[in-house]
Design a protein around this ligand. Structure first.
Ligand SMILES: Nc1ncnc2c1ncn2[C@@H]1O[C@H](COP(=O)(O)OP(=O)(O)OP(=O)(O)O)[C@@H](O)[C@H]1O
Ligand SMILES: [Mg+2]
Length: 227
């Protein structure tokens, strides 16, 4: 079997709040295989976003380590971390974070351009990805001229355009109504089947869990498998 795409080992994290020290992660461990779709559930404040930030290398754990495609992320220097993130990871957030003054295609092309790709090639890739998420007719629309579900599909296209191996998503459908949430979720599952990209998705929605291969619960600072 190929190497796991993402491994977190014995993560600990506490936040200082005034004189209090609030432990959030107390030995969280998980192994995500290539192409796997894993949901992370847990009550509000249990540390799901904190965990995702650490998995992304955007925050440091107090102890423990994260490896991406076998490479040490936690121990890497800041620049190397950014390079690992660019090479292997995509992100979808609860809010789309699209830039309002740019078209859908320009928003998707942005990360490719920042990565040094020529403008035309970046736009061609972006449009191709928008076609894949069902937005062939919306490539020149600005975010304000898109529906909530369409905006989130642009965000999915943006996460996927650099061919990442894993997408980290923090309640990616949390701001959508039930039908749109379902559609965006099914789209992510289909794209993961088609491209082999793994998904680690935080969700409050029990209904989202059935398309995932595995569900982990974060409780008391540790991850455990749900049947
Ligand atoms: N920068 C910070 N400084 C202090 N405390 C923090 C910080 N970030 C998070 N926390 C605390 O850590 C705990 C976990 O927060 P986190 O955002 O990870 O929870 P969550 O599981 O994502 O919750 P939700 O489901 O509401 O999004 C919370 O009690 C929060 O107040
Ligand atoms: Mg959160």
């Amino acid at each position: 079997m190929s190497e796991p795409i993402l491994q977190a080992h014995d993560l600990h994290k506490a936040f200082e709040q005034g004189t209090e020290r609030l432990p959030v992660l107390r030995g969280a461990t998980c192994v995500i295989e290539a192409g796997e779709r894993v949901a992370i559930v847990g009550r509000s404040g249990s540390g799901k976003s904190t965990l995702l930030h650490i998995l992304a290398g955007l925050d440091d754990p107090d102890a423990g380590e994260v490896r991406i495609a076998g490479e040490a992320l936690t121990a890497a220097a800041v620049g190397e971390r950014a390079a690992l993130r660019n090479r292997y990871m995509g992100f979808v957030y609860q809010l789309h974070h699209l830039l309002p003054e740019f078209s859908a295609a320009e928003n998707v092309a942005m990360s490719l351009r920042l990565g040094g790709m020529a403008p035309k090639e970046a736009m061609d890739n972006a449009v191709e990805m928008l076609v894949l998420v069902g937005l062939a007719q919306r490539t020149t629309h600005r975010p304000a001229a898109l529906s909530g579900g369409e905006r989130q599909r642009v965000a999915v296209a943006r996460a996927l355009v650099g061919n990442p191996r894993v997408i980290l998503a923090d309640e990616p459908t949390g701001n959508l109504d039930k039908d749109n949430a379902r559609q965006v979720f099914e789209l992510m599952c289909r794209l993961s089947d088609e491209t082999g990209v793994a998904f680690v998705m935080v969700t409050h929605d029990e209904g989202m869990v059935d398309g995932m291969h595995r569900v982990l619960r974060l409780d008391g600072g540790i991850l455990s498998s749900l049947p």
